[in-house]
Design a protein around this ligand. Structure first.
Ligand code: ADP
Ligand code: MG
Length: 417
């Protein structure tokens, strides 16, 4: 079902509550990566340019959980660490460069009398950023009274925070019960468009690449991709070892999930009966567990001995994977091919990233999701050669698994055409 977006509604003179994802890294009071702030600007500028009075709300970290942890450990808890004040400083810089945006201000809380006054005083084009939603435990509990208070600030609700849409929280789900008009922002729209296409009508050949540490994290996505008859399913990363072990190979001290061996066999069988070509590595980069710093080499999978730890796909596998990607029209990638944080075990991931970028340059639609996978793409400097870099981690995986996301479901649908 298509969701309504800000393009479908009139916002002139209206107070618009925009749930954004400003959950950015902050060090010593300074935002160290402003990607997410920049990603929200198209929506903010569009609304401001059309005369909306904008109220921005986000979470930052998990203050309630951290507070509990600190109390249990007898440590001091500093709520200032979870303030959006540094985010406001970074946002202000961008706001000054965008003519559509008027006055910007920061509220010391996200509910209460002061906030209500500040919201009421907004003029068209102005932006009020609220303090961290999660400083109130009610946010994650999806408390109805808290949601009602958030809703009371605005006439229209916009969700532009895809990354938290898989959670039914007060600012992503609860609030929609108290606002008449609830629509998607431009970033959310882009996520739904790209990810939706993968599930509904992928152009073929459709190739998926899955990697990362754990099979168990990715099982719903694998199941969903097989169900949608992805043409090729490439499996690398530590995840592959669970498949190898399930097939009786020696995997040494490589990462394996022993309770997933049966599931791995089942996935292989399901892929086979669905006509999905499942491709596993043929070689890998290993170290000896006894001498990890000086023993790195590439060997065929079936040369693995009890002391080996597999940390990346090998050169031959990288070539096989690249070849499988070369004619693809749709590519979905989640999970690095190896322990890419440590050189030289980034090589397989970089080779695959390059192959995805090349296929994209040749007309394929490519979608990369997952925190580490996106970091790897950035590390390889290939962001601009990917069609869509998904901003969601868990949300992207749940969406690709075919699950309904509460924060998306709660938005108004387009009339059936
Ligand atoms: P994403 O965040 O993109 O969803 P994951 O979190 O599932 O990806 O997986 C990324 C992690 O998997 C990285 O920390 C990486 O080091 C680890 N990893 C991948 N392959 C291996 C391997 N062979 N051995 C150990 N760790 C691995
Ligand atoms: Mg990760």
């Amino acid at each position: 079902m298509q969701k309504k977006t800000i393009k479908d509604i009139d916002v002139d003179g209206k107070r618009v509550f925009v749930r954004v994802d400003f959950n950015v890294p902050v060090k010593n009071g300074v935002v160290t990566d402003d990607t997410r702030i920049r990603a929200a600007l198209p929506t903010v500028c569009d609304l401001a340019g059309r005369g909306a009075k904008i109220i921005l709300a986000s979470h930052l970290g998990r203050p309630i959980k951290e507070k509990k942890k600190a109390e249990e450990a007898g440590n001091a808890f500093d709520p200032a660490k979870f303030s959006l004040a540094p985010v406001f400083a970074a946002f202000k810089e961008f706001a000054m460069k965008n003519a559509e945006i008027g006055e910007v201000s920061f509220a010391a809380d996200c509910i209460g009398e002061e906030v209500r006054k500040a919201a009421a005083a907004l003029k068209s084009g102005d932006v009020l950023l609220l303090e961290n939603l999660r400083l109130h435990a009610e946010e994650e509990k999806n408390d109805a009274e808290f949601a009602r208070q958030l809703a009371s600030l605005a006439d229209i609700y916009v969700n532009d925070a895809f990354g938290t849409a898989h959670r039914a929280h007060a600012s992503t789900e609860g609030i929609t019960h108290f606002v008449d008009t609830c629509v998607a922002g431009l970033l959310m729209e882009k996520e739904l468009e790209y990810l939706g296409r993968v599930l509904e009508d992928p152009e073929r050949p459709f190739v998926a690449i899955l990697g990362g540490a754990k099979v168990s994290d990715k099982i719903p996505v694998i199941d969903s991709l097989i169900e949608r008859k992805v043409d090729k399913l490439l499996i690398g990363g530590a995840m592959a070892y669970t498949f190898f072990k399930a097939n009786g190979y020696t995997v040494g001290k490589s990462l394996v999930e022993n309770d997933m061996l049966d599931r791995a066999k089942e996935i292989e069988e399901r892929a086979k009966s669905a006509g999905v070509e499942l491709i596993l590595p043929t070689d890998h980069q290993v170290v000896d567990s006894a001498d990890p710093l000086n023993s790195q080499r590439t060997i065929p999978i079936d040369f693995t001995n009890a002391g080996h730890v597999g940390l990346d796909i090998g050169i031959e596998t990288a070539a096989i994977f690249s070849n499988a990607l070369s004619g693809a029209r749709t590519i979905v990638w989640n999970g690095p091919m190896g322990m890419f944080e440590e050189k030289p075990f980034d090589q397989g991931t970089i080779a695959v990233a390059q192959a995805v970028a090349d296929a994209t340059d040749n007309g394929a639609t490519s979608i990369v999701g997952g925190g580490d996978s996106v970091a790897a793409i950035k590390q390889a400097g290939l962001e601009s050669h990917i069609s869509h870099i998904s901003t969601g981690g868990g949300a992207t995986l749940e969406f690709l698994a075919g699950d309904a996301l509460p924060g998306v479901e709660a938005l108004d649908s387009q009339p059936e055409s």
